[in-house]
Design a binder for this molecule. Structure first.
Ligand SMILES: O=C([O-])CC(=O)C(=O)O
Ligand SMILES: [Mg+2]
Length: 387
């Protein structure tokens, strides 16, 4: 049993949207396929992965360092004790050989992409949905019903409050009861008007989260906090720079409601520092680390361990990214839910075709692996890369 090939390609996931920090007109993702010599249902097992969204394709790093290390490793050294499957932690260690600690940069994205594909292959070789495999490994009961919220509310040219309201209404029509919109890409006065328009639209049918994408300095973050705390928001996300723990901590003094952050923290050490120094409150705040951007599930497991040590429940995690990998982790390990982008980043984000959102929840189908085979538009681009 061995990995016989690793393929990668950079694919566009661009759209004319903008958050407070970047536009997505040139956004890309790396799609990878880890091809094994294991045969299931008459075809070779291929694991697939991609790097969530927001960090561009990682082809250079994958081609030059991480894929060669996987392929050059002694195949036996990557197997589990029983010798009947790949051990993802051993594959991870092989990829990270001769990498210094710290300075996580974007190599965490390259590794996270390959890690997703390895876990997909491992669960397919085991002939189980990844969420069931994870629950078994951790001695837990899987819960296939997962909370999801609809992320959108971006700025884009010509979009007025009516268009924003219509967008949010369409999420409610599709079964969501928490929606998210961007702030910080306009003045506070304008953002207040946008928020009030959305709150008027959703009424008591849903709750609203807002996301500043790390745009604010301390003063602006606090000015927004003072305005936002009058609204019944689901959360106030990523007010300041992701690594500015002092800002996040100061913000807590002005914002009694739930805060959320973490999508741009790419290691368990950074996550632990957020818990140590960021003033985040385990009884109400939300952690959004995205495994695909942060060295994958092998590292995410260490992040979850750091949560436990700091006294946080895993149910406070609602990962960024809207991908099925985090959906599996949520169902298998009891996270609080997962992001979803009903209209964006397709075909990568979203759910298998059979899945419907009901009362803000989805129920995972019993598909081997991560479940990409259940999403026809996605599996077709994946099979174009390798099948
Ligand atoms: O606009 C983005 O980069 C995505 C984002 O922050 C989120 O989904 O929370
Ligand atoms: Mg965000």
């Amino acid at each position: 049993m061995r990995i016989v090939d690793v393929r990668e390609i950079t694919q566009p996931i661009s759209s004319p949207i903008r958050n407070a920090y970047i536009d997505f007109t040139k956004m890309t993702t790396s799609l990878v396929a880890v091809v094994t010599d294991v045969v299931r249902d008459g075809r070779p097992v291929v694991g697939y992965g991609f790097n969530s969204n927001g960090r561009y394709g990682q082809g250079g790093l994958i081609r030059e360092r991480f894929a060669p290390r996987l392929l050059e490793a002694d195949p036996k050294a990557l197997l589990n004790e029983a010798g009947d499957n790949i051990d993802p932690d051993k594959a991870w260690a092989a990829m990270m050989a001769n990498e210094k600690p710290g300075g996580h940069g974007e190599r965490s994205v390259a590794v996270g992409t390959l890690d997703m594909a390895i876990w997909d292959a491992v669960a397919k070789i085991a002939e189980k949905p990844l969420f069931r495999l994870l629950a078994e490994r951790h001695g837990r009961e899987a819960n296939p019903r997962v909370f999801v919220y609809a992320a959108g509310g971006y700025y884009y040219p010509g979009k007025d409050d009516d268009a924003l309201r219509a967008e949010m209404r369409s999420y409610l029509d599709r079964g969501y009861n928490v929606v998210k919109m961007k702030i910080g890409g306009a003045s506070l006065t304008e953002d207040r008007r946008r928020i009030e328009a959305v709150l008027a639209e959703i009424g008591s049918q849903a709750q609203l989260a807002v996301d500043a994408n790390g745009r604010f300095d301390l003063e602006t973050a606090i000015a927004y906090a003072k305005a936002l705390r009058d609204y019944p928001l689901f959360w106030y996300e990523e007010a300041g720079d992701p690594l500015d723990y002092a800002l996040q901590s100061a913000l807590a003094e002005f914002y009694p409601g739930p805060m959320a952050t973490g999508e741009n923290l790419f290691s368990h050490q950074d996550a632990r520092n957020l818990l140590r120094y960021g003033g985040m409150r385990p009884d109400r705040d939300w952690l959004q680390f995205d495994c695909a951007l942060s060295y994958g599930l092998c590292e995410y497991t260490r992040t979850l361990e750091a949560l436990k040590v700091a006294g946080w429940s895993w149910s406070r995690c609602v990962p960024h990214g809207g991908h099925q990998m985090s959906l599996n982790i949520a169902a298998g390990l009891g996270l609080g839910g997962n992001e979803s982008y009903p209209d964006l980043f397709q075909p990568y984000g979203g759910f298998p075709d059979s899945v419907r959102v009901e009362n803000g929840h989805v129920t995972m189908p019993e598909l081997p692996g991560i479940g990409f085979e259940g999403k026809s538009d996605l599996i077709s681009v994946m099979r174009d890369l390798a099948s």
